[in-house]
Design a protein around this ligand. Structure first.
Ligand code: ACM
Length: 554
């Protein structure tokens, strides 16, 4: 994997891009806030924090947010940043006139005043404040000699979309609780509010289910993993891989995310991507088995059989998942379901006959609708990949449009909510630079998804009418982990591409300005540096990269 230059190099890079006389001439007083706020007004002067600084919480609802930031600010500054309901120079309050997740932030000689439309809004105001401070505010150790000041300013901010998501596939490669928390923490800093936790796959089942212990005893472990892309002839690494989250660990992650105003969307895949579940309980398949937890990637033909045994299993699993996760959504997958086993299965064909279905596609729709009815009876809403449109869409389902935006367009026209996550713009498992020099990544159709590619993504297709556009509730980037087996590698693939997406989903469309983005990003990346995030240095901010040879103009 590419090694990462130090903070110093990033700062040099910023100064080079600034002094090169090209379009990114900075306002010397710009604020390196990402995503870009709706309005920023800078004034002369700066407020300086001191050892007496602290949080003044006007509403009990904001206490946990204040305590979170108090803890985080105290390490690098060495100051307590006490939380009080009577005094303090960082005042936090609610203002019901502001919308959901919106905030205003004012800095003047008296200190900082943040008003949130709700608790999430106040939290985002503090995230912006953090990005206005010297980046050492994110250092994990005492940062001596730093002047902790923020410029006098007035910021007014609110999100463009209510769903701002990042996904992580822990099925193909398992990532432990500490890393999952770190992933959630970093995304919350950039005002993402939905973590899509892809918990089950052909290659591993990752969540403890009391009623079916073999899911984790058997399904969480595979005997080895294919080496890179050596499918034919097959070469395995001979190293067992696995892991899973206990229910207590899941509850811990949910609470951690909630404190950061991140809702978790758990995904339990069906009827495809079921290999690990079938290895544990072969009676759920259409073939007699035995099945094994898969060691190779790609679309697998082993899927759940639409039998009553399967529905009893799935509804029990979903009930346990619904009880664990407080959010309103459960994602049930629905993508990439080869139909051969259903075509040859007596059980599947009997369901088609009994229910008067036309074919296996309608059988899949019937399957999803039956699951949706169950979820709705548990007060949960179903999300599925855009294949759930084939053969008829479940009435209340939210569609994640991944094979381009067409599925999303069709669903919005039917009046269903849509989350845009098209492969072309938001698949962070794809290469982000020259495959010759990048670590192994996905390269379907030789597609390269650069930081700039992500920045040009527009979630609302202009073919939709204003009325239909309302059903596009947001967008998400996905990180599938076939080739991504370490936390450092995850971070390299996600950051800073996710910062570009944060601007797509948070900032007004009219604010999209690449030069301005790079300017703020250059000032912002040192925060990630101090956090120890293994981000990729963007070419435009890399002094070692030959800009002229790239043909790029700045
Ligand atoms: C997907 O990428 N198969 C949703």
């Amino acid at each position: 994997m590419t090694r990462f230059p130090s903070l110093l190099l990033v700062l040099i890079a910023v100064s080079i891009s600034v002094s090169s006389g090209c379009t990114s001439v900075p306002d010397p007083d710009y604020l390196p806030i990402v995503p870009r706020p709706v309005t920023v007004e800078l004034k002369a002067g700066a407020y300086q924090f001191s050892g007496d600084s602290g949080f003044w919480v006007q509403d009990a609802e904001l206490l946990s947010t204040a305590e979170l930031f108090s803890g985080e600010f105290s390490t690098p500054t060495g100051w307590a940043f006490d939380v009080s309901d009577e005094k303090g120079d960082i005042e936090l309050a609610l203002n019901s006139e502001l919308g959901p997740e919106a905030y205003t932030l004012d800095v003047d000689a008296n200190g900082v005043r943040i008003m949130g439309g709700d608790a999430a809004g106040a939290f985002y105001g503090l995230q912006s404040l953090r990005q206005m401070l010297p980046p050492h505010i994110d250092a994990p150790v005492l940062a001596e000699g730093v002047e902790w000041s923020v410029p006098f300013s007035h910021i007014n901010d609110a999100p463009r979309f209510s769903y701002r998501g990042l996904h992580l596939d822990v099925g193909r490669n398992f990532f432990d609780v500490d890393f999952v928390k770190s992933y959630i923490d970093t995304m919350a800093r950039y005002k993402f509010n939905r973590f899509h936790w892809h918990l089950t796959e052909d290659q591993g089942w990752r969540i403890e289910i009391d009623s079916y212990p073999l899911l984790t005893e058997v399904g969480a472990w595979r005997k080895e993993t294919v080496v890179e892309k050596n499918l034919d002839p097959y070469i395995g690494d001979g190293i067992p891989h696995g892991g899973f989250y206990t229910k207590d660990q899941v509850r811990d992650v949910i609470a951690y995310a909630a404190q950061r105003h991140v809702m978790i969307i758990p995904e339990i895949e069906m009827p495809g991507h079921a290999g690990a579940a079938l290895a544990a309980y072969p009676e759920l398949g259409c073939l007699p088995g035995p099945y094994e937890v898969k060691t190779t990637w790609g679309i697998q033909s082993d899927i759940f059989c639409p039998s009553e045994t399967t529905f009893s299993f799935l509804t029990t699993v979903l009930d346990e998942v619904a009880e664990l996760f407080p959010g309103p959504y459960i994602h049930i997958g629905g993508d990439e379901v080869p139909k051969e086993q259903w075509e040859q299965s007596f059980v599947a064909q009997e369901v088609i006959r009994r229910e008067g279905l036309a074919d296996e596609h309608e059988l899949q729709s019937w399957f999803i609708r039956r699951i949706e009815k169950h979820l709705n009876s548990r007060n949960k809403n179903l999300i599925g990949w855009d294949e759930i449109l084939e053969g008829g869409l479940a009435p209340n389902a939210t569609v994640m449009s991944w094979r381009g935006t067409e599925g999303g367009i069709a669903a919005a026209r039917e009046g269903n909510n849509v989350i845009m996550t098209p492969t072309n713009y938001s698949y962070f498992d794809f290469y982000q630079g020259d495959p010759e020099t990048e670590p192994l990544a996905m390269n379907w159709a030789k597609r390269i998804i650069t930081l700039d590619t992500v920045y040009t993504f527009e979630p609302i297709p202009d073919v939709l009418t204003a009325d239909e556009q309302k059903y596009i509730i947001g967008a998400q980037a996905n990180l599938w982990t076939e080739y991504i087996s370490t936390p450092e590698y995850v971070e390299y693939m996600v950051w800073p591409r996710a910062t570009a997406l944060s601007e797509v989903v948070w900032s007004p469309k009219s604010h999209r300005d690449r030069d301005d983005f790079y300017l703020r990003l250059g000032g912002n990346l040192p925060h990630l540096e101090h956090l120890g995030i293994n981000y990729r240095i963007p070419e435009r901010l890399d002094p070692l990269y030959d800009q002229s040879a790239s043909g790029e103009t700045m």
